[in-house]
Structure formats: structure tokens, C-alpha cells
Design a protein around this ligand. Structure first.
Ligand SMILES: [Zn+2]
Length: 95
């Protein structure tokens, strides 16, 4: 039997996004509340992070706005709750 542990996060648990450069492994943290723009390249080594220019960058900003919009809805007595589940972080084979 495989026991899978799921991690459940409330949106309020999300404080920031982290972007790690594939080239030099520098990590930058962007607070969710301040995620109105991201940097297109690594501040340390200058590696360009997005293949096609702004498209991928826009996806990150859209994701940040979606989280902010859902949080705003939840703060106005929404008739639902919203959490994010992650799986596969830890597993045990209890045979
Ligand atoms: Zn870098």
C-alpha cells in the first residue's frame, strides 16, 4: 500500500513567488502583493528567462492577479472556500 501525503494550502498561505535561474541558481522572491511586474532576466548573470518575450511573463502576472482576485472574493463572504492541494512531496511505501 502506498500512503500519499497531500499538502493543503489556503491562498492566504501564499506570500510570494520564487523564480530560480536555471543558469546560476540565483533565486528571487516576489511578494504576491507586489507582483505587478517580473524581471525578464536574471539580475545576477543576465540569463533571459522567457523564450518568447513577454508571453510567459504575462502568464505569471495573470496567475498572481487570479490569486489576488480569488482572495478578494473570499474576503467578501464568498459562499465557498478555496485551497490548493499539492501531492507527491512525500510518500511512503508501507508494505
Ligand atoms: Zn542567473
Amino acid at each position: 500500500m502506498v500512503v500519499e501525503i497531500k499538502h493543503i494550502l489556503n491562498l492566504d498561505d501564499i506570500e510570494a513567488f520564487e523564480i530560480t535561474c536555471a543558469e546560476c541558481k540565483t533565486t528571487i522572491s516576489i511578494p504576491l502583493a507586489k507582483c505587478t511586474r517580473t524581471t525578464p532576466q536574471c539580475p545576477r548573470c543576465g540569463q533571459h528567462w522567457y523564450r518568447g518575450g513577454a508571453a510567459d511573463n504575462d502568464a505569471i502576472l495573470t496567475f498572481a492577479r487570479a490569486i489576488a482576485d480569488i482572495k478578494a472574493e473570499l474576503n467578501h463572504e464568498a459562499k465557498f472556500s478555496f485551497r490548493v492541494a499539492f501531492s507527491g512531496c512525500d510518500s511512503q511505501d508501507s508494505r
